[in-house]
Design a protein. Sequence first.
Length: 200
Amino acid sequence: MTILQMPPRTAVRRAGLVDVPAVVRLFAVPGHAGVDRDQAQRAMRLMLAHYALEEGQVWVAERADGTLLAAAVWLPPGAESPHTRFSGLFARELAAPLPQEPVLPTALKRAKPDAPHWTVVTVCTPDDSEAWDRRVVSDLLSPGLLTVDEEAADAVAVTLSPRHMDPLRPLGFRTPHQVPFAEGAGVWLATRRPVPRLAA
């Protein structure tokens, strides 16, 4: 298992299936009109287990006691929308069917660049300043950024709060902007161009 050293009592590692429930809990936010929180979390568990872990990358920052501070979910370019790809699975596993044109994926599709790009969704423990320390965020995103730069691809970061954009700027993410997807709810996006690797 890959371990990256971080500030005292904190480490970054690649996530596995056992981490899916804890990663989903990091996404827990107060309910909003038009957003079924329980349904959204169940869909997220399915998406992480059947898509992100298999075709993308999921990295977590955790304390020495094993509690998660933050997670970075990397989704690769050119992949079919999870909503489209797993619509049958979602329909079987969720109590209610997902909408034909889901609001969040549709909004993100309009907001993201047309060029091939990786999407990284970053979340952290609510109200924990250590989780968004610049060094923690840098170490959390470094493995995914290495892949992005090797492929010379853009990266689009998605966060739940504008203040979580601050530690992303030193990593090259620019032009943050909000994308609303329901009344009183939205996400923040910023784009990063690939950094050329120096020849050996």
